[in-house]
Design a protein around this ligand. Structure first.
Ligand SMILES: Nc1ncnc2c1ncn2[C@@H]1O[C@H](COP(=O)(O)OP(=O)(O)OP(=O)(O)O)[C@@H](O)[C@H]1O
Ligand SMILES: [Mg+2]
Length: 302
């Protein structure tokens, strides 16, 4: 049965009967979330909502077809992301994860509903939020690895002394294992190296909200584990709010205080789970069960 291992370590909420699972998951989850904010797995100060998504629907013009036809990428999603939590969005390819995350960052508009950061509508990107995109083209091509990070630091703290900026940039480049490529330009980097540079840049500016779209997807297994460890460590230090998109179940269980599983497109919430195994590797039996249960949820219906 689904979500036994997750439920076991969460609070004593009643489980959701199977018949309700597909009926109106948004409503069920909204009630469960607001009624019982104290969870074993969530950080203590994380009960305050920082980023609120209300009934969000996102549509795009259909690539082909009649005029006015649309593709619905995200449908009626409501979630409250708490301050200082690591919130993972998990779902199959094409289910709307990137679309939802991009809207949270204010990069694309909603077709319906609302997104608020600290009670204020998110309508455009802000300095409070930093996003690591899924693609490899997010670096300034005319700047070296170090200069890309320094550029972000200058935007964030214009009066930071030059020496301090350089030192901070080097520190974060080192953190992601890119010191040997410090003075290289993006076109000379591999996909994974570019991604690590973008991650260094994001970490370096200590954002309040870090939106990460499959940031470790292009990394080899060793670097991936290393970056997951760094992410947990950086979170421990500054406790930023992190919304992390992945389709890797083990990564979701390793990183997320809570895990939102999305349905196949158009993306809706399938389950919202507390995760008591966050930060733990290797997993005990229950952790392994959680991974297996999540996998089960991702298997397409039919
Ligand atoms: N700009 C766009 N115009 C039209 N359709 C789009 C656009 N962006 C995304 N879509 C569609 O919206 C749906 C969701 O896309 P999205 O990129 O959010 O998926 P995803 O869950 O991030 O997938 P993946 O795991 O492969 O990255 C897809 O069907 C996609 O084709
Ligand atoms: Mg995506």
């Amino acid at each position: 049965m689904v979500d036994q291992a997750f439920r076991a370590a969460a609070d004593e909420r009643p489980s959701v009967p199977a018949s309700e699972k597909d009926a109106n998951m948004n409503d069920i989850l909204a009630v469960r979330t607001s009624e019982s904010p104290q969870r074993a797995a969530s950080p203590g100060e994380a009960n305050e909502t920082l980023l609120s998504v209300r009934d969000a629907t996102i549509q795009f013009p259909a690539p082909k077809g009649r005029k006015g036809a649309v593709v619905t990428a995200v449908k009626n999603v409501s979630i409250d992301i708490r301050r200082a939590e690591k919130f993972v969005i998990l779902g199959p390819s094409g289910c709307g994860k990137s679309t939802l995350l991009t809207a949270m960052g204010g990069f694309i508009p909603l077709s319906g509903g609302a997104i608020e950061l600290e009670g204020r509508p998110v309508r455009k990107p802000s300095m409070q939020t930093v996003m690591v995109f899924q693609d490899f083209f997010q670096l300034l091509p005319w700047k070296t690895v170090r200069a890309n990070v320094e550029f972000a630091l200058r935007q964030r703290w214009p009066r930071m002394p030059r020496g301090e900026r350089r030192e901070r940039a080097e520190h974060f480049v080192d953190l992601v294992g890119l010191s040997p490529q410090l003075n290289q330009y993006p076109h000379t980097l591999s996909g994974g190296q570019k991604q690590r540079c973008a991650i260094a840049r994001a970490f370096s500016v200590s954002p309040e909200v870090l939106l990460m779209d499959e940031p470790f997807g292009a990394l080899d297994a060793i670097n991936r584990e290393r970056m997951q460890g760094e992410l947990n460590r950086i979170w421990e230090e500054g406790r930023p709010t992190i919304v992390f998109v992945t389709h890797d179940v083990t990564e979701a269980v390793h990183l997320g205080h809570r895990i939102m599983v999305m349905t196949e497109g158009p993306g809706q919430i399938r389950r919202l789970l507390d995760n008591p195994h966050v930060g733990m590797l290797p997993y005990d039996t229950q952790g392994q069960e959680s991974v297996a249960e999540l996998r089960e949820m991702l298997i397409p219906a039919g």
